[in-house]
Design a binder for this molecule. Structure first.
Ligand SMILES: [Zn+2]
Length: 179
């Protein structure tokens, strides 16, 4: 099986029937919607794998499946101290591919797996990005913010003092959140 040229234009049926396995790394900066939620310089990658398969569905009929795994560590803003906080996103999701939107709507409630509508030019990278966006923490936060840690030395005291939220940064954050 030839490696599909473009993850953004996948023939899902052929991909699954050939039981293709693909893995790769995509810079977070290339996923625009995800990058918008991140702060600072984006140097990280999303590590992903996609396995196509033909396997029975719950009723025993052969169906087309995509098994997706992805992980990424993204820099977000801690909502308590407004300093950067890393969030690790781990995705492991099974998708069953159905013929059309009507089938997807009809079967969605009783399916444990997620349903996708069959496309000849399926954007698998957008699917990976959708899953990562859904895995983002609603309120990113340090388990313990630097400013709340009790300093154990003079040196650490200085670091902690510097990490106190800057009131101007707080204001700026409030403004951007209104948009
Ligand atoms: Zn914090």
């Amino acid at each position: 099986m030839q490696k599909p040229k473009n993850l953004r234009s996948l023939d899902v049926k052929a991909f699954a029937k050939a039981r293709t396995y693909l893995e790769g790394e995509t810079p977070i900066a290339e996923l625009e919607r995800l990058a918008q939620d991140c702060v600072g310089e984006l140097t990280g990658h999303v590590v992903w794998s996609l396995q196509g398969a033909v396997e029975p569905d719950a009723s025993g009929k052969d169906a087309i499946w995509l098994h997706l795994e992805a992980n990424a560590t993204v820099p977000l803003t801690c909502q308590r101290c407004l300093h950067p906080v890393s969030a690790e996103l781990l995705i492991k999701q099974d998708f069953r591919v159905v013929a059309d939107e009507a089938t997807a709507v009809a079967e969605d409630d009783e399916s444990e797996e997620d349903l996708l509508v069959l496309e000849d030019h399926f954007d698998a990278l957008a699917l990976i990005e959708d899953e990562l966006l859904m895995a983002l923490p609603l309120v990113p936060m340090h388990p313990t913010c630097l400013s709340e840690r009790v300093p154990t030395s003079k040196e650490e005291e200085a670091i902690l003092a510097e990490s106190k939220p800057n009131p101007f940064a707080v204001l700026a954050s409030l403004k951007t959140r209104q948009h």
